[in-house]
Design a binder for this molecule. Structure first.
Ligand code: GLN
Ligand code: ZN
Length: 757
C-alpha cells in the first residue's frame, strides 16, 4: 500500500484566528491561557481536517506561534544572552521577545526562508554557544494529537539546515562548527519522541537543495550517522529544488526515507529512483505546495507509476512538494471567484484531497478514484483552452519584442544632459520614495469605500484633499522632485493587479509572511494586459497642483511577479514580460500627461534570485530585460528612477547597473552607507539616492546626522551622482514623524550645496 503524507499545514486558521489571538495577547487583552487554548483548538481542528481528507501521515510540531526556526532555537536553548534567559524552559514571553524585541533587547534578525516570502528568525550562534534542551514542544504536541486519537509524524528542522541558517556572532565563525554540540540534543529529543510513541519523524533539510561545499556535505553525513541509531525513524525532507549534485549525499545518508520535490524538479525522479537504496522509503512531492493551481493528477500519476515500476508500491509515499504553509487554507472559503476560475485552483485543503486521491490510485488503481481524475483532466483541458487565459494579442506582442525595445534611445550621459536641460535641478536634489503616511483616516476611508459606505465621488474627493496636502507640504519643504503620496493605493502590487487583466484576488487567501503578518498575494491566472491607464489620473492631478516636477510611481514587473501566485503553464519570464509591456504602456501614458520623472519600484528583484548559482544568470538576464522593457519606452528627457529596499547588492551589482535606471534609491542609512561599498567597488555609472534616514524607525535624526551620512556618500561616490532621500516609502510613519525628518533632510542637502558652490 502506498501511503499519503502531508509535510505541514497552514497554522494561521481559516479566519486568521492565530493572528487575532496572538496580537490580543501582545496587547494584554487576553491572557496566556486563552492564547494557548486557542492554539490548541487550531491544532486539533487542523489535525482532524487532514485525517478527514484521507491523509495517512499527518504532521505535528508544524504549528508555531511565530516561526518554526525560532521554535528550534527555543528547543536548543540558543537564546541570545541579551534576552536574559537563565536556563530551563524558554518562557512564552522570552520567545516573543526574541521575535519582536523587548524594551531592553533588540529583536533577532529576520530573513526570507529560502526563496519563499516566509521570513524566519535568524539564529545567532557564536563559538561559545551552549545548548540545552529548553522546550519539549514537539513531544507535547505529539502527545496532544495522540490524546485526540491522531498519530502524527513530528516535524523538526534538521541540524545542518538549522546551523547553516544561523548568523555567526563573530566574523569568520561558522555556526556549523558546533554541529557536535547540537547533535546530542537532537538525539535526546528523538529519544523522548520515541518514548511518547512516535515511530517516524520528519527532518526538514531544505539546505540540501542549495550549492554545498564538500565540508557541508560531510556535515550531513556526520549528523545523520550520529542520529542513525536513534528511534524513531527519520524521513529526511528536501524541497524547493533539485538535489542535483547533493543527491548522492542525500541518498547515501543512513536515514529511513527521503522526500524529493518533484514539482520544482520533476526531472530528478529518475536519478532519485536510481540512487536511493531499495530498503528506503521514497516520498514523492508531486502536489505543488508553493502555488495555488489544481494538480494535474494524470501527469502526477505518470511519475508515480514510474516510481512503482522501479520500486514497487510499498516503500513509496505521496506528498505535497513541501509544507502547505505557503498556500492559503481552503478554496471553499472563497465566495467571489467564479466557477471556472475556481475549477483551476487548489488551496491546502484541496491539495490534501489530491494527495489522498493519488495515493489511493497508486494502491488500488486509477479507476477507484476516477471522479477525481476526470475533474482534474477537465480543469487541465479548460486551462489549456480558455480565452480568459490565452489572449492571442498579448502572446503576439510579447513574441514580437525586439532587443531594441529594451534600450533607451541614448546612453545615460546623453540622457542626463537632456534631462537636466529639460528640468534643471540643483546639486544633491531631494525627493522621497513615493508613499506618504497611510493614516488611520486614509485606511478608514478606503474600507468605507470598499464596503459601499462611502460613494466613489466622496472617496475621490477625500483622496484629492490628501494628495493636495502632501503636495503643499512638499512645496513648503522645498523638496525638488515631488510625489503624489500613493493615498489611493492599498498595496503596491494589488493596486496594479486589480487594474490589469489576467489577475484574480481572493477574500481569505492569506499566507504567513512573518509572525502575525500575513499577505494575500494576487493570482496571475492568464495573459496580462492593461485595459486602460492605471495611474495617470492621480499623477496628472498632482502635477496640476504644482510648478515643481511630479514623479510618477509604478511597481516594476519583477516585483509584481514575485509577490503574486504565478501561473505555472508558461515560463515565469514570459509572464513577467507581459507585465513589463503593461508597465511600459503606463510609462508612455504618464509621459503623455507631462510627467517627466517616473519611478519603477523593484524591491523584489533580489529575492527572485534562484537558490542555485548556475540558474542565476538566466534569471537575472530576463528580470533585468523586463525592467528595461518597462522603462525604455521613455524619451531621453524623461528620468527613470528605481527603488530597492535593503538587500545584498554585492553579488548582483552588474545586474543593478544593467537596469540602466537614471537614478536608483536604496537603503543605506542603517548600515551607515556601508552598502555603498558595493556601488563604488563596481563604480556604478548612473545616479544614486542612498537613503539618508531609516524610515522603519520612529526616531528622527537631525540635519547634522543626515549631512554626515551624505558626507560619507561623497567619499564613495561623485558628488554629482548623489540624490538625497529617505531609504523607503513613508506610509508606515505618522505626519508628526515625517515633517521634521524631511525638514532636516532638505536642510542637510542645502548645507552640502552651500559648501560646494
Ligand atoms: N513607492 C513605494 C512606497 O513608497 C515603495 C515601497 C517599497 O519599496 N517597498 O511605498
Ligand atoms: Zn523600499
Amino acid at each position: 500500500m502506498t501511503q499519503s503524507a502531508n509535510l505541514g499545514y497552514p497554522r494561521i486558521g481559516r479566519r486568521r484566528e492565530l493572528k487575532k489571538v496572538t496580537e490580543a495577547y501582545w496587547k494584554g487583552d487576553v491572557d496566556a491561557i486563552s492564547l494557548l487554548d486557542a492554539a490548541a483548538g487550531l491544532r486539533a481542528r487542523h489535525w482532524r481536517t487532514q485525517k478527514d481528507a484521507g491523509i495517512g501521515i499527518v504532521p505535528s510540531n508544524d504549528f508555531s506561534f511565530y516561526d518554526q526556526v525560532l521554535d528550534m532555537t527555543a528547543i536548543l536553548g540558543a537564546v541570545p544572552t541579551r534576552f536574559g534567559h537563565e536556563g530551563g524552559r524558554v518562557a512564552l514571553d522570552t520567545y516573543f521577545g526574541m521575535a519582536r524585541g523587548t524594551p531592553d533587547a533588540s529583536a533577532m534578525e529576520m530573513t526570507k526562508w529560502f526563496d519563499t516570502n516566509y521570513h524566519y528568525i535568524v539564529p545567532e550562534i557564536g563559538p561559545d554557544q551552549r545548548f540545552s534542551l529548553s522546550s519539549l514542544k514537539p513531544v507535547e504536541e505529539f502527545r496532544e494529537a495522540q490524546a485526540l486519537g491522531i498519530h502524527t509524524r513530528p516535524v523538526l528542522i534538521g541540524p545542518v539546515t538549522y546551523l547553516l541558517l544561523a548568523k555567526p556572532t563573530e566574523a569568520g565563525f561558522e555556526p556549523l562548527a558546533l554541529l557536535d554540540r547540537v547533535l546530542p540534543l537532537y538525539a535526546e529529543l528523538l529519544a523522548r519522541l520515541s518514548v511518547a510513541g512516535a515511530d517516524w519523524v520528519q527532518m526538514d533539510e531544505p539546505a540540501l537543495a542549495l550549492d554545498l561545499t564538500d565540508d557541508r556535505c560531510a556535515a550531513f553525513d556526520a549528523a545523520y550517522r550520529s542520529l542513525s541509531t536513534a528511534t524513531p525513524r527519520i524521513m529526511l525532507t528536501t524541497y524547493f529544488g533539485a538535489l542535483g549534485d547533493n543527491l548522492e549525499t542525500a541518498a547515501g545518508l543512513p536515514v529511513d526515507g527521503l522526500h524529493v520535490d518533484l514539482v520544482r524538479a520533476p526531472g530528478q525522479l529518475e536519478a532519485a529512483l536510481h540512487a536511493l537504496p531499495a530498503d528506503r522509503v521514497l516520498s514523492l512531492g508531486v502536489v505543488d505546495g508553493r502555488n495555488v493551481w489544481r494538480c494535474n493528477l494524470s501527469g502526477a500519476f505518470e511519475r508515480i507509476e514510474q516510481a512503482i515500476a522501479a520500486r514497487g508500491p510499498e516503500r513509496l509515499q505521496i506528498a505535497p512538494s513541501c509544507s502547505l504553509l505557503h498556500v492559503p487554507q481552503d478554496l471553499g472559503s472563497e465566495t467571489g471567484l467564479d466557477d471556472e476560475l475556481r475549477s483551476w485552483l487548489a488551496f491546502a485543503d484541496q491539495k490534501l484531497a489530491e494527495v489522498a486521491a493519488l495515493a489511493t490510485a497508486a494502491t488500488a488503481g486509477k479507476d477507484t478514484v476516477a471522479d477525481a481524475f476526470e475533474a482534474s483532466d477537465a480543469a487541465v483541458g479548460s486551462r489549456a483552452q480558455s480565452p480568459r487565459i490565452h489572449n492571442p494579442a498579448v502572446k503576439a506582442r510579447t513574441a514580437r519584442v525586439s532587443d531594441e525595445a529594451m534600450n533607451r534611445a541614448s546612453p545615460f550621459r546623453l540622457r542626463r544632459a537632456r534631462q537636466q536641460a529639460a528640468t534643471p535641478l540643483p546639486a544633491f536634489p531631494t525627493t522621497t520614495i513615493g508613499s506618504f503616511p497611510q493614516t488611520a483616516e486614509v485606511r478608514k476611508a478606503r474600507a468605507a469605500h470598499r464596503r459601499g459606505r462611502l460613494d466613489a465621488a466622496a472617496y475621490e474627493a477625500f483622496l484629492r484633499t490628501e494628495t493636495e496636502k502632501a503636495v503643499r507640504l512638499q512645496e513648503k519643504l522645498e523638496i525638488d522632485v515631488l510625489v503624489h503620496g500613493e493615498f489611493e493605493r492599498n498595496d503596491m502590487v494589488e493596486y496594479f493587479g486589480e487594474q490589469l487583466d489576467g489577475f484574480a484576488f481572493t477574500e481569505h487567501g492569506w499566507v504567513q509572511s512573518f509572525g502575525s503578518r500575513y499577505v494575500k498575494p494576487p493570482i496571475i491566472f492568464g495573459d496580462v494586459s492593461r485595459p486602460k491607464p492605471m495611474t495617470t489620473a492621480w499623477s496628472a492631478y498632482a502635477q496640476s497642483l504644482t510648478e515643481r516636477p511630479m514623479k510618477g510611481m509604478l511597481t516594476g514587473p519583477v516585483t509584481i511577479l514575485q509577490w503574486s501566485f504565478v501561473r505555472d503553464d508558461q515560463a515565469r519570464s514570459e509572464t513577467c514580460r507581459q507585465i513589463a509591456l503593461a508597465i511600459r504602456d503606463e510609462v508612455v501614458d504618464l509621459e503623455r500627461c507631462g510627467i517627466r520623472f517616473i519611478q519603477i519600484d523593484e524591491p523584489a528583484l533580489r529575492e527572485g534570485l534562484p537558490l542555485r548559482r548556475d540558474e542565476r544568470d538566466d534569471y537575472l538576464g530576463w528580470a533585468v530585460g523586463c525592467f528595461r522593457l518597462a522603462a525604455a519606452g521613455a524619451a531621453d528627457e524623461t528620468q527613470i528612477h528605481t527603488h530597492m529596499c535593503y538587500c545584498e547588492f554585492n553579488d548582483i551589482m552588474p545586474s543593478i547597473a544593467a537596469l540602466d535606471a537614471d537614478v536608483i534609491s536604496i537603503e543605506t542609512s542603517r548600515s551607515h552607507m556601508e552598502l555603498l561599498d558595493a556601488f563604488i567597488g563596481f563604480s556604478y555609472p548612473n545616479d544614486i539616492g542612498p537613503g539618508v534616514y531609516d524610515i522603519h524607525s520612529p526616531r528622527c535624526p537631525d540635519a547634522d546626522e543626515m549631512a554626515a551620512l551624505i558626507d560619507k556618500a561623497t567619499e564613495r561616490l561623485q558628488p554629482d551622482q548623489i540624490w538625497v532621500n529617505p531609504d523607503c516609502g513613508l506610509k508606515t510613519r505618522s505626519w508628526a514623524e515625517v515633517v521634521p525628518a524631511l525638514e532636516n533632510m532638505v536642510e542637510a542637502a542645502r548645507r552640502q550645496r552651500a559648501r560646494r558652490s
